[in-house]
Design a protein around this ligand. Structure first.
Ligand SMILES: Cc1cc2nc3c(=O)[nH]c(=O)nc-3n(C[C@H](O)[C@H](O)[C@H](O)COP(=O)(O)OP(=O)(O)OC[C@H]3O[C@@H](n4cnc5c(N)ncnc54)[C@H](O)[C@@H]3O)c2cc1C
Length: 313
């Protein structure tokens, strides 16, 4: 059995950010993800200015993202029926990068800081006041950064009504600029939209998100794929097939709110923006915040621990 100061559940953006902060603060950290290393939840692959700022605090700079293959975006175009608006982005103010590449970067940053990562890990259970993974690892603290639908102490019934998104990666040549991200707002859903985000070299992340109408997302996504294929008759190929996921969970879906040494971060804590679907900046910021809280808690425990007889002499 190896003793850690903290176990971080998950190995996504929130977990990696928490692990970096805890490890830099001097803690012995184990990140434990339930899935193999190559499993990745669907994402739009967009990194806004807020996302880039948050990642820079982990020393994952725009330069590092560009070296990893990020694609620079100079404007966002929003299209409503009969109305169009544009937002210009500064140099490196918006990048796109496939989430698997982002995960490789943030996870390697966690390892550089000293955290260990275990994939296909068992779910931790609490025993004798410690969080334990089988007979192999234990820690007094747990940061749950296991995402929106991990099932870890989440009540699926309370997920009903949450926003849901779908995304896929295609190779295509649409009649759109490859330096802009495109949003088509849905007329029947006040916050829903379709998007097309260029990833460079004719690769596009396309997707749909809808507020709370889970049943309609598949039909909406299939209509959008057919439309995109029709607009790109010369070249359209699927690189990553469509996948569906909730955009964050409700903090109230936590089945057990007891004070048991477990903090939540990222989508597991419902930090994703319910109106835009953006969640990476919040995942990084909340992961860091949970880690800082853990570090302060550990410091307080050390300060208030009764001194041994030897130390009193
Ligand atoms: C379709 C879609 C498009 C999106 N587009 C964007 C975008 O363009 N830009 C943006 O900023 N945000 C976007 N988001 C939101 C963003 O992807 C999430 O908010 C962000 O990934 C949350 O990070 P996280 O670390 O909290 O969770 P996740 O990224 O979900 O990571 C959770 C990790 O926990 C692991 N895990 C799952 N269950 C368990 C378990 N039981 N035990 C242990 N580990 C477990 C998973 O394998 C995963 O590694 C999008 C979301 C969706 C669904």
């Amino acid at each position: 059995m190896t003793d850690y100061d903290v176990i971080v559940l998950g190995a996504g953006p929130a977990a990696s950010s928490a692990a970096v902060t805890c490890a830099v603060g001097g803690m012995k950290v184990l990140m434990a993800d339930r899935y193999p290393e190559d499993v990745c939840k669907p994402c739009g692959d967009g990194l806004s200015e807020n996302g880039l700022e948050a990642l820079a605090k982990l020393s994952v700079s725009a330069d590092r993202l560009l070296e990893a293959g990020a694609h620079p975006i100079s404007r966002s175009v929003h299209l409503w029926p009969g109305w169009r608006s544009e937002v210009r982005h500064d140099d490196r103010g918006f990048l796109t990068l496939p989430k698997p590449c982002l995960l490789r970067l943030v996870r390697s940053r966690a390892e550089e800081a000293g955290a260990r990562i275990r994939y296909a890990a068992e779910t931790p259970v609490q025993r004798d006041g410690l969080w334990q993974i089988g007979d192999t690892a234990r820690a007094p603290r747990l940061i749950d950064a296991s995402g929106a639908q991990s099932g870890f102490r989440q009540d699926p019934a309370l997920r009903r009504g949450l926003p849901i998104g779908a995304s896929m990666v295609i190779s295509a040549k649409p009649p759109l600029d490859e330096d802009s991200v495109w949003f088509w707002h849905l007329p029947d859903d006040p916050t829903g939209y379709r998007w097309a985000f260029p990833l460079g070299d004719r690769r596009w992340n396309i997707g749909v998100w809808r507020s709370a109408e889970t049943a309609r997302i598949k039909a909406e996504m299939e209509r959008f794929i057919a439309l995109c294929a029709g607009k790109c008759p010369d070249h359209f190929a699927v690189i990553r097939p469509a996948a569906y996921a909730f955009l964050g969970t409700s903090p109230t879906s936590r089945a057990d709110q007891a004070e048991d040494g477990c903090l939540q971060a990222g989508d597991a804590a419902g930090t994703c923006d319910a109106s835009s679907g953006e969640g990476i900046p919040q995942a990084v910021a909340s992961g860091m915040l949970a880690a800082e809280t853990c570090l302060r808690g550990a410091e307080r425990s050390r300060a208030t621990r009764p001194q041994s007889a030897d130390q009193n002499i």
